[in-house]
Design a protein around this ligand. Structure first.
Ligand SMILES: Cc1ncc(COP(=O)(O)O)c(C=O)c1O
Length: 381
């Protein structure tokens, strides 16, 4: 089917299954595994990934927006959906109607949800976000009990979970801040339980936490980047080896392919692309590829990255444009129009990884895949 496309994303169901089984073997059978499919499944394609994730044993799906949840429901997903984002007050009714579990941390949200549940005669399942030092979403320890008491005033509101999120578990091999956050979370959980309130789900672990720290598991983990076969960071990889997690392995799920639009021969001393940033140093053969920064191929990759053609590296020459790049194929004989190019992924024993593209552009692998344009066709292999 991808023969028709000028560019497409290939997704490996086998790799996704492998990654999920790796996390499952750490978490055990009983704990819930929530697959983070927000942000178009980190750019991979939400529907095909959600399908493969559920078929491979994910129990819950994690989303950001109501629209993501509605799309999943419209595509027949029946499993629990948890929004970890902010749902604006005027979209809360749709969240309740679509059985989307909601992360809560504002009394305004609670008041509105109380009204909605009363008028719909429906229950809303809430996960309270505890602030443990990330300072993104959440309530401080002293605010939690009054917040719970406020929720309990509304008949239709069910407190189903308490959660928090690590801020410094990926960027370092010193995990003292993560330990401190875990301690704060446990203190909040104890405080709630000492108040005689029992909350079914407690969750804090992301991919890095599952890989490194069993004490963060509680009874549910929210796993994102690792499902896609990408390490949360080099530091997490090193830390995992230091913890003797040698048997834990991940397989990248995504490859990005395109077809060549033109092959052209250029004399020595010619400039290529906007801004004349590259000047040929020899007679050069160029392949023009109809992919650019609009598609998520960062302009920061101008003159620094490479693609794979027939298993060989073809360096990007000149600026990445909105819809095109040019690569040097002088040393790769026999390349023709519509030959296949790998922009991200493996080919012929070589590869260009999301980590590599991230290093070249000063960002993280999460951003590399999340920014791939959602209109590019996704093909599950
Ligand atoms: C609240 C929350 N939980 C879990 C995750 C998953 O993290 P990771 O992709 O590192 O596994 C994210 C990702 O951004 C998140 O925002």
């Amino acid at each position: 089917m991808h023969r028709k496309h000028v560019q497409w994303i290939e997704l490996s169901a086998e790799a996704l299954k492998h990654n999920i089984s790796q996390f499952r073997s750490l978490l055990g059978k009983e704990r819930r595994l929530l697959a983070m499919v927000k942000a178009n499944a980190y750019g991979h394609g939400m529907i095909p990934i959600a399908n493969a994730a559920v078929n491979s044993g994910s129990d819950w799906l994690g989303i950001h927006s109501v629209d993501e949840g509605i799309t999943l429901r419209e595509n027949g997903f029946k499993c629990p959906l948890l929004s970890v984002g902010y749902i604006p007050l005027h979209r809360l009714q749709q969240a309740v109607e679509n059985d989307i579990r909601i992360t809560v941390y504002n009394n305004e949200t609670i008041e509105k949800l109380g009204d909605i549940c009363r008028s719909l005669h429906k229950k809303a399942y809430l996960h309270i976000k505890a602030e443990t030092g990330t300072y993104r979403q959440g309530l401080n320890e002293s605010e939690i009990i009054p917040f719970i008491e406020n929720i309990e005033r509304h008949e239709g509101l069910v407190i189903e979970g308490i959660s928090s999120h690590f801020s410094n578990i990926e960027d370092t091999t010193d995990h003292s801040y993560a330990q401190y956050q875990l301690k704060r979370f446990k203190k909040i959980v104890d405080r709630i339980e000492n108040h005689g309130i029992s909350i079914p789900f407690k969750h804090m672990a992301c991919s890095a936490a599952v890989i490194l720290f069993p004490e963060t598991y509680f009874n549910m983990a929210r796993v994102g980047i690792g499902l896609y076969g990408l390490w949360p960071s080099n530091e997490v990889y090193v830390s995992s080896l230091l913890r003797n997690r040698h048997e834990f392995s991940l397989k990248p799920v995504l490859s990005w392919k395109a077809r060549i639009a033109q092959v052209k021969h250029i004399p020595k001393g010619e400039f290529i692309g906007y801004g004349c940033t590259y000047k040929t140093t020899r007679r050069t053969v160029l392949a023009v590829i109809p992919v650019g920064y609009y598609d998520g191929y960062s302009r920061g990759l101008s003159n620094v990255s490479y693609v794979l053609i027939k298993g060989s590296r073809a360096p990007v020459r000149g600026r990445v444009a909105m819809n095109f790049i040019a690569v040097d194929i002088t040393d790769i004989p026999g390349v023709k129009v519509e030959d296949r190019v790998t922009l991200l992924g493996g080919e012929g024993g070589d590869s260009i990884s999301a980590d590599k593209l991230a290093a070249l552009t000063g960002t993280i692998n999460y951003e590399i895949t999340a920014r791939i344009n959602q209109d590019i066709p996704r093909v599950m292999t």
